[in-house]
Design a binder for this molecule. Structure first.
Ligand code: UDP
Length: 246
């Protein structure tokens, strides 16, 4: 099978991280992977979420919002009006939030909330995985900046996290699906993994076809390879934008 962009079955799309595209945010990153582009921005709110206060739970919180901009797709996607977010976006933003919280120490964050906004500029498959990978970079830069400002004593981000999609198309396992591949795939799986190669979430479903344990292992192997490469790239951009203080 030949992929649309001639890439190998086990290759990621070309990716790039452009930092600080939204200067008013505490940190921001434009992640692109192939044609998919997402802006991930972190804002600081100096208070705990209401539910934590009410339940008298100490520590902070990290929460995410996800949105596809109207022009991110053809035909145009109608803009969500206030209070009316589509089910898919809700599902995706909860996944992003869970993924980021899995690597954060809420006690070390203190009584503050970090809002992570993911806005899709161009959707060509893998927007949820790009959102997670880009947000982790923005979050790492945000906490380093808070440490420099003397607002945090210890770094609450224990390690990095990234995500990628894998799938099975014409019986072959493949890494990092673009929209056309995602549409035609027999199996589509989103994998979220930490720097220590622990799974945070695996969302796999066979709609057109089912998959065996061997095929799943093969797809997870591809995902690990992709995520290792993404985490190395995340590390480089974070250190470039905000070198760790000794
Ligand atoms: N898509 C779209 N409009 C929508 C939802 C999805 O154009 O309202 C396209 C878009 O290219 C997206 C792809 O379908 O990236 C795959 O969507 P999915 O729900 O699998 O999420 P993703 O792969 O982006 O995480």
């Amino acid at each position: 099978m030949q992929r649309e962009d001639q890439r190998a079955m086990n290759a990621l799309r070309q990716y790039r991280f452009v930092p600080d595209v939204a200067p008013q945010a505490l940190s921001s990153v434009l992640i692109s992977t192939g044609r998919t582009q997402v802006i991930c921005a972190v804002s600081l709110d100096d208070s705990q979420p209401r539910w934590k206060k009410i339940q008298d739970i100490t520590g902070g919180w990290v929460t995410a919002e996800y949105n596809m901009l109207p022009y991110s797709t053809v035909p145009r996607k109608k803009r969500d009006s206030a209070g009316k977010v589509d089910g898919r976006s809700v599902e995706i933003q909860r996944l992003i939030g869970r993924s980021l919280r899995s690597v954060m120490d809420m006690e070390a964050l203190g009584e503050r909330t970090l809002w992570v906004d993911c806005d899709v500029l161009c959707a060509d498959g893998g927007t949820r995985t790009a959102s997670i990978t880009g947000s982790a970079v923005a979050l790492a830069i945000a906490v380093r900046r808070l440490m420099r400002q003397g607002l945090l004593e210890t770094n609450p981000m224990r390690q990095l996290v990234a995500a990628v999609s894998v799938g099975k198309l014409e019986g072959e396992p493949l890494l990092d699906l673009c929209y056309v591949e995602d549409r035609d795939a027999e199996v589509d799986m989103n994998v979220v993994m930490t720097e220590r190669e622990e799974y945070v979430e695996v969302q796999g479903s066979g709609e057109e076809a089912v998959f065996t344990a061997t095929e799943m292992t093969e797809m997870l192997g591809l995902a690990s390879k992709g995520i290792r490469e993404l985490i190395a790239a995340q590390r480089r951009v974070i250190d470039e934008v905000c070198p760790a203080q000794s």
